[in-house]
Design a protein around this ligand. Structure first.
Ligand code: HEC
Ligand code: HEC
Length: 322
């Protein structure tokens, strides 16, 4: 028979063992030296979700320019989202985030998916607790912020990482800054002209990231099967019914499917739509007057336009494909 003392020491040993095994279950993380690197760890870590299964990168996949390759991504408990996952790249210069622009900073934006019941479904305060209980994160936060994780430092870190996701080394950029004009093909050159003039794309998609940061209605709302009213949900202004944020077009060749509802699979599908919207949706509400008439693009025009859009792909993705 064990005496009480022996029993006690056995129990103590047992508890020590459990906590040891918990500690050793933490995968070894690469120690960050900057706030951006800490944010990168968080972005790829499912510790940010209720069931420890979903990370930001589950939907924003690096190989698809931090977008997803499915119309609607799956979040926690395999729940389907209501909108297509856009690229999380080239967000630094945006005044609005999300398809309806409901968030005005990356810090504010990051809280959205963490607490969204269809995405990561966990209060930010609980994420903070989990991080502080995690031996490595606890050390990292103290090293980088000088204190334990709190709500602000968590979202500041994620947003800082996102601000590093800028791309400016595409065939088009190299042509424009004259560093290398060989990669921008003759077809892409013609496509650029069509983008700017005949296709009217430039009227909405202009600026360094090919968006004017405005909200417009390209005709994907009919109040029936297409019933996401977009910007209207935020402003309640009837003028905004069916308006969505004009998408930036950098790395667009990688982020298929397209539009807030992922309804177009290829860039050619998108261009065919813009060319003759009524052939696809003839009962849309409040479609922008720029798209009132068919564009009259020829088969060659469309191919050239695709070539131009493909030329907006950053070199890092071209390399990783090989
Ligand atoms: C379950 C999939 C999913 C997860 C997980 C997820 N996102 Fe998203 N993300 C989306 C969808 C869908 C949208 C668009 C939602 C909308 O506009 O209503 C979006 C939008 C965004 C945007 C705005 C992009 C733009 O063009 O306006 C950013 C930035 C972003 N997410 C970053 C993050 C970060 C950071 C995390 C982790 C904390 C995260 N996302 C987790 C699916 C996801
Ligand atoms: C009236 C303004 C306007 C014009 C003109 C316009 N676009 Fe758009 N574009 C938008 C808006 C708004 C969206 C997002 C719409 C949505 O999801 O409902 C969009 C989305 C896109 C997307 C999908 C982005 C993604 O991440 O899914 C592509 C590609 C695109 N446009 C290319 C073009 C091309 C090519 C042209 C010219 C033929 C063009 N656009 C003309 C406003 C415009």
């Amino acid at each position: 028979m064990f005496c009480t003392k022996q029993y006690l020491s056995l129990i103590v040993l047992f508890i020590i063992c459990i906590s040891c095994s918990k500690e050793s279950k933490e995968t070894k993380l690469k120690e960050p030296s900057t706030i951006e690197e800490l944010g990168e760890l968080l972005f790829f870590d499912s510790i940010l979700s209720r069931d420890n299964k979903i990370s930001c990168a589950s939907c924003h996949k690096p190989e698809f320019a931090f977008a997803d390759n499915t119309p609607f991504s799956f979040g926690i408990d395999s729940l389907k989202g209501a909108r297509n996952t856009p690229s999380a790249m080239n967000q630094s210069a945006r005044n609005f985030h999300f398809w309806d622009g409901r968030s005005q900073s990356l810090e504010e934006q990051a809280v959205g998916p963490i607490e969204n019941p269809l995405e990561m479904d966990i209060p930010l305060s609980v994420v903070v607790q989990k991080l502080n209980k995690h031996a490595q994160y606890n050390t990292f936060f103290i090293k980088i912020f000088g204190h334990a994780a709190d709500k602000k430092s968590v979202i500041d870190a994620i947003a800082s990482f996102e601000r590093t996701l800028e791309t400016n080394n595409s065939a088009f950029d190299c042509y424009m800054n004259a560093s290398d004009t060989t990669k921008f093909s003759a077809s892409a050159k013609r496509g650029r002209e069509i983008f700017n003039v005949k296709g009217k794309c430039f009227d909405c998609h202009f600026g360094p990231d090919f968006t004017n940061d405005d909200f417009r209605n390209i005709g994907l709302f009919n109040g029936k099967d297409l019933n996401d009213s977009g910007r209207f949900k935020i402003t309640r202004d009837p003028e905004d019914i069916g308006r969505f944020k004009v998408s930036g077009l950098r790395n667009i060749a990688l982020t298929s499917p397209y539009m807030h509802n992922g309804m177009f699979r290829t860039l050619m599908d998108v261009i065919n739509y813009y060319n003759t919207p009524d052939d696809f949706i003839n009962n849309s509400k409040n479609r922008d007057s720029l798209l009132a008439k068919p564009l009259g693009l020829t088969v060659q025009d469309k191919k050239d336009l695709v070539a131009f859009l493909v030329s907006l792909t950053d070199a890092r993705f071209l390399k990783s494909k090989k």
